[in-house]
Design a binder for this molecule. Sequence first.
Ligand code: CMC
Length: 425
Amino acid sequence: MANDTAYLKVDGQEYELPIHKGTLGNPVIDVSAFQKAGYWTYDPGFKVTAPVESKITYINGEKGELLHRGYPIDQLADNAEYLEVCYALLHGDLPNAEQKADFYDKVLSHTGVHEQLRKFFEGFRRDAHPMAVMVGVVGALSAFYHDHLDVTDPKQRDITAIRLIAKIPTIAAMSYKYTKGEPFMYPRNDFNYAENFLYMMFATPADVDYKVDPVIARAMDKIFTLHADHEQNASTSTVRLTASTGANPYACIAAGIVALWGPSHGGANEAVLTMLDEIGSVDNVEEYMEKVKRKEVRLMGFGHRVYKNFDPRAKVMKETCDEVLGALGITDPKLELAMKLEKIALEDPYFVERNLYPNVDFYSGIILKAIGIPTSMFTVIFALARTAGWISHLLEMHSAPFNIGRPRQLYTGEVRSCIHKLKSP
Ligand code: CMC
C-alpha cells in the first residue's frame, strides 16, 4: 500500500510514482510507471535499487545495525545457537522448546549424504580449491533431489531447507578431507552442529574417543551465526535471481556459492590472510598502507557497501577473537600484524574520510586461523553458514507469486544497417 507519491516529469508528461514505507529503512519509490513513460532506471551496482520486499533481515549501514527477524545480531550471537537462528530466518521467529527439539531432530537426521555423492569428489584434482569442490558438489545435489523442483509445495520447500542446512557441513568437511587426502568422516549426531563440523574436519578414523574443545565449538557456532544472513547482498541476490527462473533450489545454492567466492564478498576472509602473508612483518605495514593509498592494492577486510560506520558483526567477531585467543593462550605474529594494521587504518585520514572500517572478514580470518582452520576453508565456512540465509530468501520468494528477474540495460553498442563487411573482397 502506497503511503505517499513522487512525481516523474518527462517528455511533457507527469507520472505518479507510489512511495512505499517499510517498517524500518529508507522508503522506496515504485518505478513501474517508467515502463509507461518509455524509460528505464539506470543504477550500476544496484546502489539504490530494491528489487524485493523482504521480512528476513534489516541493515542500517549508517547506524551499524543488523537485525534478523527483528533481533539485533549481537544479542543473537550471545544468546542463541546457530540452529535457532536458522529456524528464525526460515520461520519468522526463534523457536519455542518444542519447535527447537523438532527442528534440531530433523537437521540431525539429514546430515548424511548419499554414498554416490562421494564419487563426485574423485573427479576433482587433489589440490582443487575447496570452494571449487563446493560449487561442483552442492550443484550435484540437484541431481539427487530433482523431485524438489516443485517450488509451489510448502512441504518440499521445508525439506529442501532442512537437507541443505544439515548436509552443507558434511560436504564442507569432505571438501577439506579430499584435498588433505584423508578419509571422509561420517557425521556424528551425538555432537551438536558446530561440534559435528569440527569433528568431521579434524578427526580421523583412529580417533575413537574424539573430543571437541567447547571453547572452539562455541566460537565456531558464533561464527556461523555472524554469517547466517546479510539481506540482499551479491550472493543472496544471485540465489534469488536464479531461483526466479524456477531452477532447482540446490543448483541455486551452488550459484550463491559461486557469487560468494569473489574477494570483494566472502572470499575476503581468505584474502586477509594472503595479504598478511604478503606484508610479512609489522615493519612493512606503513609501506603497505602507502600502496593502499596509491590505490595499487585494497586493504582486504576493510570497507563495506552498506556499513559506513561500523560492521556490527565485526564488533562481535573481535570480542570472540579476543576471548578465543585468551582462552587458548594463542599468540601469533600474524595477529600482532593484523592489530597494527587495524590501528593504523582506524586513525588514517584516507580510511576515516571514506568510512572504511574493519568488516566481519577482517576478524573472522584471524579467529579461524587461531582455531586451526586452514585458510583455503575460510570462504567455505562462510558459505556453510550463509546457506541458511540463501535458502530462507529463496523460500520467502517462492512462498508468494514472483516474477522472473530480468534487468534492462543502457545499450551503447553500434547500430548498423547492413552487413557490407562480410561481402567485401
Ligand atoms: N581498501 C582501500 N580503499 C578502499 C577499500 C579498501 N578495502 N574499500 C573501498 N576503498 C575506497 C575506494 O578506492 C574508493 O575510494 P575513492 O572514493 O577515492 O575512489 C572508496 O573507498 C569507495 O569505494 P567503493 O569501491 O565505491 O566502495 P563499494 O561500496 O563499491 O565497495 C567493497 C565495497 C566491500 C567491495 C570494498 O570496500 C572492498 O573491496 N573491500 C575489500 C574487500 C572486503 O573486505 N570485502 C568483504 C566485505 S564484508 C563481507 C561481505 O558481507 O561480503
